[in-house]
Design a protein around this ligand. Sequence first.
Ligand SMILES: [Zn+2]
Length: 258
Amino acid sequence: MPAAGTRSPSGARSVAEAAESPGALWQPSPNFGDRRGAAVPDMIVLHYTAMESALAALARLCDPEAEVSCHYLIGRDGCLWQLVREGKRAWHAGAGSWEGRSDINSRSIGIELDNDGNSPFAEPLMATLEALLVDILHRRGISSHLVVGHSDTSFPRKSDPGSRFDWRRLALRGLAVWPSESPGAASDLRRWRDYAERFGYGIGRASSDVGNPETAAFSAFRRRFRPWAGDAALDAEDLRIAEHLAKRNYLDPTDPTA
Ligand SMILES: [Zn+2]
């Protein structure tokens, strides 16, 4: 990389082309184009290189004959390279789609991870990836649910970053998403309780003599509005009923069809 304020002999490269993310080494690849439709990147696609080393991957990603590239490459020792400006369209995703849109390269930033596809991802690599995602997501306002794998956009053609990749680890830091540990149950109960309290049930005020006030209120609600459901667990119909009650969306006594 040229020193500050200097230019390479061709004049094509200047300090303005320093890497965009802190700690990244600028190692430009010729393999890129313009984002079609002037798209702004709003998602991130993660890959593994499936090569023997990061340097071998770097050589291939910068080889004009190979016609592949990515924006960032992370070595298993945590070293970070930037190969293509974030505003440009790197060639990493190929055919695929996400949320009904098919030109993934035009809307994404591609990150290659130095991993053979069968081994655990090295800790220094994961630490660098986390720092890079914190930077890009924050700087570009990208939502964590739009950090996806190449296999998400391009199944069954692609399987990277593969089953050894720790998505849950990223999700715990808000850098990707993972399903809630008890799917739906806890949040549904919270929603039901919120509706029931807005309708009038004094769940927070109930004496603990009744046992769990939430459970006791739910029994009362069921007994009044849905006795035929018995002791079955909270479900979508309970939420529907409670929501109508909370919103004062009551049966109209003047409606002859009611
Ligand atoms: Zn890939």
